[in-house]
Design a protein around this ligand. Structure first.
Ligand SMILES: NC(=O)c1ccc[n+]([C@@H]2O[C@H](COP(=O)([O-])OP(=O)(O)OC[C@H]3O[C@@H](n4cnc5c(N)ncnc54)[C@H](OP(=O)(O)O)[C@@H]3O)[C@@H](O)[C@H]2O)c1
Length: 399
């Protein structure tokens, strides 16, 4: 099992209650008031030239009314989520220039910028925040300069001088191959101008990922990350191949939708669906998901964790950086508890199998570039390998 967490000297201090409180309260209540971070802040993962927490937070919902029911009245809770995350060592926040519906377009970037400016906690924690934004390959963005301008607009919205990771939101190779070169050159230009500290991609399939990596490398630009839909509900041959390629090329995999848009939290059932388009999607998938949800629940109970925490921890144990979306303080607190521990190899295997046996998978992003060569061979290899491992485990346990 690969856990890409580097440990350096523990320097974390435990924040406690204020001095005036301390002078009047008893020892047991002092202990109760000690606030331990949800995970050790020195557990950081390298991503290009930066160090980030082993999990980031995703902010697609922050401004999206259509899918996520966002209202501006949620902003003060979203700010509390941001502060809570930063205080607990989370320093990676994923966003995109397309996040925010209708007149709220760009809202997620704007909110992040506001929250960073108004953050009043530990200065060092505030200074280490990494914003990873994504630039949409809109059909009217046809030249490298238009992508540079898109990056400048994002910088205006977040009110920063430099973006942490500038990512291409999707590849146009499948439907507009000529635009693809403009995307790549745009990425090179924003890196050369110092507008972004590092560059990444999102929704790139295996073949296109290698191509862009090689192209950028020839221009002296390292590709630091590849964002892909990666969860127990979205684990197929593409994900495995992308992860292998990334490992061999030193690219970090960022797992988006690690909770399967909410299905892997265990709170939705065929008779309790979310409103809007998610309800329609979940209705197709949830009936076949019971074996996987049962495994998640069983492991969660044994571990005294929640289903969401187990699902996120699975992504970390697979050597990726999950970026779960969060809409409430309660969810943020719960998801922070996905850190600081790890599933055993037996538990991982059990979950891998349960996922493999789920008849319906998540719909893959239509922009994800695909690699259909070798598909069957790889599938056969993967399932056969997992089957053999599971059989061995079964024999070990029961025979
Ligand atoms: N590159 C891309 O194309 C792409 C695509 C999708 C997402 N992303 C990124 O990945 C991030 C995460 O993905 P996602 O937001 O699509 O889905 P996700 O992380 O799989 O699910 C997030 C949703 O699950 C629910 N939830 C989260 N934690 C929970 C908890 N502890 N208990 C109960 N419910 C909980 C919340 O929605 P409810 O409360 O409404 O159920 C939340 O908005 C996004 O925010 C975005 O930054 C990138």
């Amino acid at each position: 099992m690969a856990l890409y967490i580097s440990y350096s000297t523990p320097t974390a201090s435990v924040s406690c209650s204020t001095a005036s409180q301390n002078s009047t309260i008893s020892a047991p209540s002092l202990l109760k008031n000690l606030k331990f971070p949800r995970f050790w802040p020195w557990q950081k993962v390298k991503i290009g030239p930066m160090s980030v927490s082993p999990m980031g937070f995703g902010t697609w919902a922050w401004g999206n009314q259509l899918l996520w029911g966002y209202q501006e009245s949620m902003d003060s809770e979203l700010q509390q989520i941001f502060n809570l995350a930063v205080e607990n060592g989370i320093n990676l926040f994923d966003t995109a220039d397309s996040y925010g519906t209708g007149k709220l377009n760009g809202q997620s970037e704007k909110l992040l910028g506001k929250f960073i400016r108004e953050y009043q906690g530990n200065k060092q924690l505030g200074d280490n925040i990494v914003i990873a934004t994504k630039f949409a390959a809109y059909p009217w963005r046809l030249t490298p300069n238009q992508f540079v301008d898109a990056c400048k607009s994002s910088l205006d919205r977040v009110q920063l001088e430099q973006i942490g990771i500038g990512q291409l939101h999707w590849s146009t190779a499948n439907y507009a191959p000529l635009q693809e070169r403009a995307l790549w050159d745009g990425l090179v230009a924003m890196y050369d101008k110092g507008l972004v500290r590092a560059v990444g991609v999102s929704n790139y399939g295996p073949k296109q990922l290698v191509k862009i990596h090689d192209y950028l490398k020839a221009q002296g630009v390292p590709l630091c990350s590849a964002q892909v839909q990666f969860s127990l509900l979205s684990m197929g041959k593409d994900q495995i191949e992308i992860k292998n390629i990334c490992d061999s090329l030193g690219i970090r995999v960022i797992s988006y939708s690690p909770l399967g848009l909410g299905m892997l939290t265990g709170k939705y059932t065929p008779s309790n669906l979310p409103n809007g388009p998610r309800g329609f999607l979940f209705r197709q998938i949830l009936p076949g998901l019971q074996p996987l949800l049962n495994s998640l629940k069983e492991i969660a109970q044994k571990r005294r964790k929640t289903v969401s925490q187990v699902a996120i921890n699975w992504c970390i144990c697979k050597g990726t950086i999950p970026i779960p979306g969060v809409k409430s303080i309660k969810q943020a607190e719960e998801n922070l508890g996905a850190l600081g521990w790890q599933l055993s190899s037996d538990e991982l295997l059990e979950l891998d199998y349960a996922a493999l046996e789920s008849p319906t998978k998540m719909v893959q992003n239509i922009f994800q570039t695909r690699n259909i060569d070798d598909e069957l061979i790889l599938m056969a290899f993967t399932t056969d390998k997992i089957r053999k491992e599971r059989e061995a485990l079964f024999v070990e346990r029961h025979v």
